[in-house]
Design a protein around this ligand. Structure first.
Ligand code: GDP
Ligand code: ZN
Length: 449
């Protein structure tokens, strides 16, 4: 097996280091599977299982040589009340690499145990119904969350909000389908309540509106997951590279007093006021430069699809008008004469900044926070966001099926359209996940999760 977690149910007991690699105070090693209790007893003295779900201090020894490995806290989680739903054990050992590798080697010698593959713990949790597919995705995102906004969104998905929403929609569909099927079975029968088809129609109409709203929101969710594009543009020497360095708190672009030094679009993932952003520094937007500069300008304009920050000590021309936001920043404010800026009154709203002194940085960050909140959405208050193309795909397919329902030439085809729509919702939240989808999702996990 090369990548991703193997299919569960093989009966094997898996083990892995679940905390981070490298030197640390405490390292957590986990096992999951039927031999977990046996592994725990083989490595610990006294050789009996500790009380379920409470920490006990034990001496860990190598089962073969009897060699002491560590004094460690151990925990015993008998299934099904564990993360994976199987018998699980945890060893909270001292974090030194020799201790960790000693315990891992000892576990590897226990019969029935093998090292876990990436995401295998979570895959088992999914297989035992402990987590839905959307929750698994939330967990993956939580592990990788680097900004506050990402963490909030991931936690909401892990809490099952997207799944609940899907279940609610699926219920509506089931009701509509029941009405249509009743009509098929009984037709204009007197025993059937009036207007069953009309009821189904209005349920489907309402559902379509809800799906449409969430689909419109989908780009915000994906942007929050992967970062909004923030582009710093402006004439050569305006201080674009200096601003990128200031915002990313590390030197990524070459700052040079010579105009036209930065020729390429360099994207740096940064945390801007709690939001993930891909910050890029571009070549100056001055016309009539050499081919290398012009290529830089072209790429700058292409990557300006969401948000644009123009840094310039002179007047800025908006690079284009296809929906991106523009923040006009006047850099080098330290060079302005004391006693107040002498700027043209025709200047559009702008912020003053000095990359040299840092004056105006707080104001710029606050302005960026507002812009990013608008393009990413606010994950702690808005509706649960669709964070992946997969979500968007199934929701769109569901909506399309609702369209076929409305245009169906007869009730049998209308009922079929509703079944197709329901199938897409089920796949979205993991009712009928194919192995292929699972492989893609679990690839995001690391070993030990
Ligand atoms: P870019 O061509 O737009 O990327 O500009 P750079 O960031 O390379 O900066 C060009 C020059 O302006 C460098 O010599 C910087 O040190 C200088 N510079 C950048 N920001 C400021 C500022 O706020 N004040 C002053 N006085 N100089 C700055
Ligand atoms: Zn530059």
């Amino acid at each position: 097996q090369s990548s991703g977690a193997g299919a569960p149910g093989s009966g094997a007991t898996i083990f892995a280091l679940s905390s981070g690699q490298g030197r640390c105070g405490i390292a957590v090693i986990r096992t999951s599977g039927p031999a977990s209790g046996h592994a725990l007893r083989s490595l610990t003295a006294p050789r009996e299982l500790p009380r379920a779900r409470s920490a006990s201090l034990r001496l860990l020894t190598d089962p073969r040589s009897g060699e002491p490995l560590d004094r460690a806290l151990v925990l015993w989680f008998p299934g099904p009340h564990s993360f994976t739903g199987e018998d699980c054990a945890e060893f909270h050992v001292h974090g030194g690499p020799a201790v960790v590798s000693g315990v891992l080697q000892a576990l590897g010698r226990v019969p029935g145990l093998r090292p876990a593959e990436a995401g295998e713990f979570t895959r088992r949790a999914f297989a035992h119904g402990k987590l839905s597919l959307t929750e698994v995705e939330g967990l993956a995102d939580l592990i990788h969350a680097e900004t506050e906004a990402q963490r909030r969104q991931a936690l909401r998905q892990l809490d099952g909000e997207l799944g609940q929403l899907c279940r609610g929609w699926a219920e509506t569909l089931t009701k509509a389908l029941a009405h249509v099927e009743a009509y098929i079975d009984f037709g204009e029968d007197d025993n059937l309540e009036e207007g069953v088809l009309e009821q189904a129609d209005s349920q489907v109409r309402e559902l379509a509106v809800a799906l449409d709203t969430h689909l419109r929101d989908a780009r915000r969710g994906q942007r929050l997951r992967s970062g909004a594009h923030v582009v710093v543009t402006g004439p050569p020497n305006a201080g674009k590279s200096s601003l990128v360095n200031l915002l990313s708190r590390k030197p990524v672009s070459i700052v040079s007093p010579e105009p036209g030094t930065t020729r390429d679009v360099l994207e740096t993932p940064v945390d801007l006021a709690g939001f993930p952003a891909l910050l890029s520094d571009t070549a100056g937007l001055r016309e009539g430069q050499g081919p290398v500069e012009q290529e830089g300008v072209r790429r700058a304009r292409e990557s300006c699809d969401f948000l644009d920050t123009v840094v310039t000590p002179a007047i800025a021309r908006s690079p284009n008008g296809n929906g991106q936001r523009l923040l006009l920043v006047l850099n080098k404010s330290d060079l302005l004469p004391p006693g107040g800026p002498d700027l043209s009154p025709e200047l559009p709203p702008h912020l003053l900044l000095s990359c040299l002194t840092g004056a105006g940085l707080d104001g710029l960050l606050e302005a960026l926070r507002k812009e990013l909140a608008a393009v990413c959405g606010n994950p702690s208050t808005g509706p649960p966001l669709l964070t992946r193309a997969r979500h968007q795909h199934h929701l769109q397919a569901c909506l399309d099926a609702l369209g076929s329902y409305r245009h169906a030439p007869d009730v049998a085809l209308a009922a079929e359209a509703l079944r197709v729509a329901r199938g897409h919702l089920a796949r979205l939240h993991g009712g009928g996940g194919t192995e292929e989808v699972l492989d893609i999702i679990f690839r995001d996990f690391c070993v030990g999760k």
